[in-house]
Design a protein around this ligand. Structure first.
Ligand code: FAD
Length: 309
């Protein structure tokens, strides 16, 4: 949400966005306190966001049956995007603007002289570099090491599953608010993340286990954790048939803030990593990075995101 300011309503990209509304479920009074602060901050940015009671949650989500919560934050503007469609649309737009995308190419090393990257060496040859953006998700720390710097971005393995299509029973994008608490990220977590696709499938997540680089295997602990947690909130949907499950490494930082901005050690290196729900913040973060790199624009809100902290 901190990137919302720069998002400028889809950032000029004309991709399909289904506005459904979003609910942030607050599991404790502590989460409620942080959520109210968040509502205050976002209101200043004219983002429509309200605190609603448990009764109101049940009114807008009839299958939600858990009284043991401290209400929720409701955002009517929130919605769903289809990541594959958005990616292909972004790629074709970049192509039209003359950006060359070189797929299946591994960056292996860098030539660094006097604190500047001069060349990036890849499996497809070398590229002279005026500016380099490091946005390699869970590989960021490994890549930064090759440049002799430490960027404390860690990763865990996130898991979710998808059900067979059913009649509409979930209206909003629903997530639980564990991330609101400024606590050190535990290695294993289970939280609520639910949305129903327009084709009827329900996407249910999310469990996190310790990350294993290059592994996309789900764990039994993760899958059972997701199922048990989902039933706590939606008991009458417990017999839904699961179609498939998936896992992928997602990044986090110990203080919950992403690593975003110029490196303090390598002059022409810009780092954009550790954006937890990166898909939703990618367009805003990309816009902001472009404004900084090409126009030298200053954003006070990134001062505490120093990548090498
Ligand atoms: C189960 C699950 C559910 C999720 N749900 C959501 C959601 O609902 N909303 C949301 O916003 N996010 C969600 N996420 C998180 C989101 O998918 C990630 O945060 C996002 O994909 C990270 O994007 P990224 O570009 O930072 O990193 P990545 O997508 O990991 O991209 C990094 C890229 O760097 C490349 N790379 C690495 N090393 C090299 C190298 N040496 N040379 C060249 N290329 C290299 C990799 O191949 C990769 O393509 C979910 C994740 C999971 C696992």
């Amino acid at each position: 949400l901190e990137f919302y300011d720069t998002q400028q309503k889809n950032n000029g990209f004309d991709f399909e966005y289904e506005q459904s509304g979003g609910l942030l479920i607050l599991k404790s009074e502590e989460e409620k306190k942080s959520a109210l602060e968040l509502v205050g901050r976002q209101k200043k940015r004219s983002l429509e966001l309200f605190y609603i009671s448990t009764g109101e949650v049940q009114r807008i989500e009839p299958y939600f049956e858990n009284d043991n919560i401290s209400g929720a934050v409701y955002c009517p503007e929130e919605g769903r995007i289809e990541p594959f469609k958005v990616l292909t649309e972004i790629m074709s737009l970049l192509n039209q603007r003359g950006v060359k995308i070189i797929p299946r190419t591994e960056v292996s090393s860098f030539s660094i002289e006097r604190g500047h990257i001069r060349e990036v060496h890849t499996s497809n040859g070398s590229v002279k570099a005026e500016k380099v953006v490091l946005a390699t998700g869970s590989w960021t720390r490994e890549m930064a090491k090759k440049m002799g710097i430490d960027v404390p971005v860690f990763y865990h393995r996130g898991m979710a599953f998808v059900t067979i299509p059913v009649e509409r029973c979930i209206n909003n994008v629903i997530v639980s608010g564990g991330f609101l608490l400024k606590k050190k990220m535990p290695k294993k977590t289970v939280g609520l993340a639910v949305a129903q696709h327009s084709n009827g499938s329900i996407i249910i997540g999310q469990a996190n286990d310790e990350g294993i680089q290059y592994s996309r295997d789900v764990s039994l602990r993760g899958i059972l954790g997701i199922a048990h947690n989902f039933q706590k909130y939606f008991p009458s949907l417990r017999n839904l048939d699961v179609l498939r499950s998936w896992a992928g490494n997602t990044t986090y930082t110990e203080d919950g803030r992403c690593a975003f901005g110029y490196s303090s050690k390598i002059g022409n290196l810009f780092i954009a990593a550790g954006l937890k729900g990166a898909f939703s913040s990618a367009l805003g973060a990309g816009r902001m990075a472009a404004d900084i790199i090409y126009s030298g624009k200053y954003f006070p809100q990134i001062e505490n995101l120093n990548p090498e902290r």
